[in-house]
Write a protein that binds this ligand. Structure first.
Ligand code: PMP
Length: 406
């Protein structure tokens, strides 16, 4: 199998070839937001130069061009996820808005005492919207525990399932631990009991191409900016029969069929959930990001990413007092870590001085930080455009920081 040509790929990402604090940038904060290839920048630029107008308004040529670019991007997303129809692809601002939309839409189905299962490793975006709907309905949000290695406790999952469980909302991949959760098995178990399933795919789509029909999840949410597309847009996939039953999330233009002061009726899917002028250029940019990913060899990409993780794991013992949090067997290339005697935020600042960008803090996963008894971690998250040399630079810098400051 031919290896991924990382040097060629890096030329597609102009932001990567710059100096930061006098050092070549080493960008290892992809979990927070990934960089954009020229293909995405060009698609958005071209959209604004040649096609921009409002969408779905008909009357003129630019409107038609904008609409076909926008709806073409929706079809690209549909193909990426292998959804049955573009009616099931809703544009949102991102994962956060997608989950809020679903939580709000399921509220009429929830009653006092009902249970919403999440996990101990969720991002706040997959906890707080459920807490808000629980507050309104009297339902309860219950976390599936994780093991010290950062994997879901599957026995606990099974024993938590009961006739009050109405929703299972789980991350495909943990943003802190990198754990790839066995979502197919979880969904399968939930289905047997008629439980509605939502997958937070924010950290999965930069690494994998999920097949929503094979998974048979009811909802799958992700953000464009983490998968090399622009900020400001994301996707909610939902099964059409559930989306049909759900009330709209916001009211306004686009989402209606007919408005009068006596009675307003909703537009058909997917527009019922897309009030207001959408993020058109961003949708086009996301489409271009998906096409770009599609042009790469997935197998080679996965092999290159796992080589990065293996190298990182091999180098951990070269830094005295360094400990990885999250040692799941199935993991994307993300390492959360602590180093004895150093505060995570100091690690971040000292690395930045050497041109190395990582993230530090609670990573919007405070319940998980509580579980590990840490205020936060340092996290290096890799993408397919990172090199083995960059992994080594990270560890050389960590060794130095440890020697001088721990
Ligand atoms: N879920 C997970 C697992 C995430 O990593 C993130 C982003 N850090 C989100 C949800 C929220 O995504 P966004 O901020 O793009 O809505």
């Amino acid at each position: 199998q031919p290896a991924l040509d990382v040097e060629a790929i890096r030329r597609d990402f102009p932001i990567l070839s710059q100096q930061v604090n006098g050092k070549p940038l080493v960008y290892l904060d992809n979990g927070a937001s990934a960089q954009k290839p020229v293909a995405v920048l060009d698609a958005m630029d071209r959209y604004y130069r040649e096609m921009h107008s409002n969408v779905h308004r008909g009357a003129h040529t630019l409107g038609d061009r904008a609409t076909s670019a926008f709806e073409g991007a929706r079809e690209t997303v549909r193909g990426f996820l292998n959804a049955a129809s573009t009616r099931e692809i809703i544009w949102t601002r991102g994962t956060t808005e997608a989950i809020n939309l679903v939580a709000n839409g399921l509220a009429p189905r929830l009653q006092s005492g009902d249970e919403i299962l999440v996990t101990q490793m969720e991002h706040h975006a997959n906890i707080v919207p459920w807490q808000m709907v629980a507050e309104r309905t009297g339902a309860k949000v219950i976390p599936i525990p994780v093991t010290p290695a950062g994997e879901l406790e599957l026995d606990s999952f099974h024993s938590l399932l009961n006739e009050r469980t109405k929703v299972l909302a789980v991350a495909h991949v943990s943003n802190v631990l990198g754990t790839v959760n066995p979502i197919a098995a979880l969904i399968n178990e939930a289905k047997k009991r008629g439980i509605i399933t939502l997958v937070d795919g924010a950290q999965a789509v930069p690494h994998y191409q999920p097949d929503v029909q094979a998974l048979d999840c009811d909802f799958y949410a992700f953000s464009s900016h983490k998968m090399f597309g622009p900020t400001g847009i994301g996707v909610l996939y939902g099964k059409s029969h559930l989306l049909e039953e759900m009330p709209p999330y916001q009211g306004g233009g686009e989402m209606i069929e007919r408005v009068s002061f006596e009675r307003t009726t909703w537009n058909t899917l997917p527009y019922k959930f897309e009030a207001g002028t959408p993020a058109i250029a961003e949708a086009v940019g996301l489409g271009a990001a998906i096409d770009y990913l599609g042009s790469l060899d997935r197998k080679a990409m996965e092999a290159a990413e796992s080589a990065l993780l293996i190298r990182a794991n091999d180098l951990v013992e070269s830094v005295p007092g360094m400990e990885i949090i999250g040692t799941a067997t199935d993991k994307v290339p993300v390492i959360s870590f602590k180093i004895a005697g150093l505060h995570p935020s100091d690690i971040g600042t000292l690395l930045d001085q050497q041109g190395i960008a990582i993230r530090t803090g609670h990573h919007c996963a405070m319940p998980l930080m509580d579980f590990y008894g840490v205020p936060g971690t340092a996290r290096a998250s890799f993408a397919f455009y990172n090199t083995l040399n960059e992994v080594e630079q990270l560890f050389t810098a960590l060794q130095k920081i440890q020697r001088l400051f721990a």
